[in-house]
Design a protein around this ligand. Structure first.
Ligand SMILES: [Zn+2]
Length: 499
């Protein structure tokens, strides 16, 4: 049994001004053939689940191509044409296939295709023919479409946020594919798109209404005849018609049952719509609460929701740092944060470790993410910004590379780590340990994210505060001017109906 594995993986924030071109993939992660096994055979990402399944179910996995980059702006037509053509050529040249495993994200937008994942699955199905099953795995932040459903035999979506279950879901997808090839099951799927969005601050699956929604997905999964059940939480920063939450159920041959179960999940989520909206704290209130938290030896973490790097944030917002300085947060180890700032890193590298320096940091990308802040500091360390995180992190990343990085201890008692590669948030505490900084010892930590830093910071924090900070990933959805989203859509149109 020969199964092809490939993926063109991107979460597109269409509100970002910078387009995602071919080099954005080529310079980040663009793997072919055996490079995919070298990188992912033991990672915690979807592809690792395919490799494990190949051993478990004894099939020949042929990894062809995997292109991935951080969540940036709309993918250029040139990048899409070149990458998709290479994918399809490889599929055609190396066939015939018994089946295909497709590792997509589900929220990719190109200049030409608002639903890139639907178009990729269409081209893949066309290349291998209608009788060759194709099973696709998607990120939980997927905007799932009928086109994706029509061009795959089954779709399996991550079920935890932070995403710690990529390997398991890839295993589930592989099992459905293998059983389909053997003729043991005949998957049919039904998608229900609900006319609403879940605010980014309500997307963690470990508590609140989202936990209840995922409990119900698990309830459906337990039912006889159900092969998979998923919620696509939706990615609200993709301005496309199909943006929003959806439910997908895959059954063994029973289309009516799949429809009934997907509709039940959709209705239950709709009934919770009011609880799924923004209730984050203002920047001022977030800093005030964190500064005045009891000193019980554990840090208070403030999530910089407007600069959520995992959602396309610029990684250099200074709104929270400026507010902490304004409110007088000082004292040894009072504040810890990272900022993307290649210019400041160069200055610090030229002055060297141990030197005292006054310079401006942060907010170098645009006006939306605050003003550069002048700090007087000691250059504590200079590193290459590379480290390995052995524990599972959001999305299964293991090898991190923030580019040349510098740690500064400021005269206010703040520690700021400046880095030169933008597209990764604060997903691993190794980012600090690898420089000799112990985040546990700080009073307040600012994390550039909403959900993805939780797996790393929940275990060491006394409280996590969601800050309604301005930025390209703001929780305040009224700050975005949508051109393409469907209408009506709750909560933009509060009177939206769903039956
Ligand atoms: Zn995601």
């Amino acid at each position: 049994m020969r199964i092809a594995a490939l993926g063109f993986h991107h979460e597109t924030n269409t509100f970002q001004s910078v387009k995602t071109d071919y080099d954005s993939f080529a310079n980040f992660e663009f793997l072919r053939g055996s490079e995919i096994a070298d990188r992912h055979a033991t990672s915690k990402f979807t592809l690792a689940g395919y490799f494990r399944s190949a051993q478990k179910f004894e099939f020949d996995l042929v990894p062809l191509l995997f292109a991935f980059t951080g969540p940036t702006g709309t993918i250029t037509k040139d990048a899409f044409d070149r990458i998709s053509e290479e994918m399809i050529d490889l599929l055609k040249q190396n066939g015939p296939w018994d089946g295909v495993l497709l590792a997509q994200h589900g929220a990719a937008v190109t200049e030409e295709y608002p639903d890139m994942d639907g178009e990729i699955s269409r081209r893949v199905k066309e290349a291998v023919g209608p009788d060759t099953p194709v099973v696709m795995t998607l990120d939980l932040h997927s905007n799932i479409t009928q086109n994706q459903v029509a061009n795959t035999d089954a779709i399996v979506v991550f079920r935890t946020n932070p995403h710690l279950d990529a390997v398991e879901r890839a295993g589930e997808a592989s099992e459905i594919l293998v059983k389909t090839i053997r003729g043991e099951v005949r998957p049919v799927q039904h998608l229900v798109q609900v006319p609403m969005i879940i605010n980014i601050v309500k997307q963690p699956t470990s508590f609140g209404p989202m936990k209840e929604i995922m409990d119900e997905v698990h309830e459906v999964l337990e039912k006889p005849g159900v092969l998979s059940a998923s919620c696509g939480q939706g990615f609200p920063y993709s301005d496309v018609d199909h943006m929003g939450i959806s439910f997908l159920v895959v059954t063994d041959g029973d289309a009516g049952f799949a429809e009934e179960q997907a509709k039940w999940l959709a209705r239950r989520a709709w009934d919770r719509r009011a609880e799924l909206q923004n209730d984050s704290s203002s920047v001022e209130e977030s800093v005030h609460r964190a500064m005045n938290a009891p000193s019980d030896g554990k840090p208070t973490v403030i999530m910089d929701v407007g600069d959520n790097v995992g959602g396309g944030g610029t990684a250099d917002s200074t709104h929270l740092l400026a507010e902490a300085i304004r409110q007088g947060l000082t004292g040894e180890k009072s504040l810890l944060l990272t900022l993307f700032d290649p210019r400041a890193v160069q200055i610090c590298i030229s002055t060297g470790v141990g030197s005292a320096i006054t310079l401006k940091v942060g907010a170098g990308t645009d006006q939306l993410h605050g003003e550069p802040i002048e700090v007087t500091a000691n250059v504590r360390a200079i590193t290459d910004g590379k480290f390995e995180e052995p524990k599972p992190t959001h999305g299964g990343l293991r090898f991190f590379d923030y580019g040349p990085s510098v740690a500064l201890d400021t005269e206010n008692g703040h520690t700021i780590v400046l880095h030169t590669v933008r597209g990764i948030g604060n997903m691993s505490r190794e980012q600090y340990y690898s420089i000799g900084i112990l985040p546990e010892q700080y009073k307040v930590i600012i994390c550039k994210g909403t959900v993805s830093p939780r797996a790393a910071y929940e275990p060491i924090s006394r409280e996590i505060i969601m800050a309604d900070s301005p930025g390209v990933t703001s929780a305040n959805m009224a700050t975005f001017s949508y051109q393409h989203r469907r209408k009506p859509l709750y909560p933009f149109e509060p009177e939206t109906k769903f039956d």
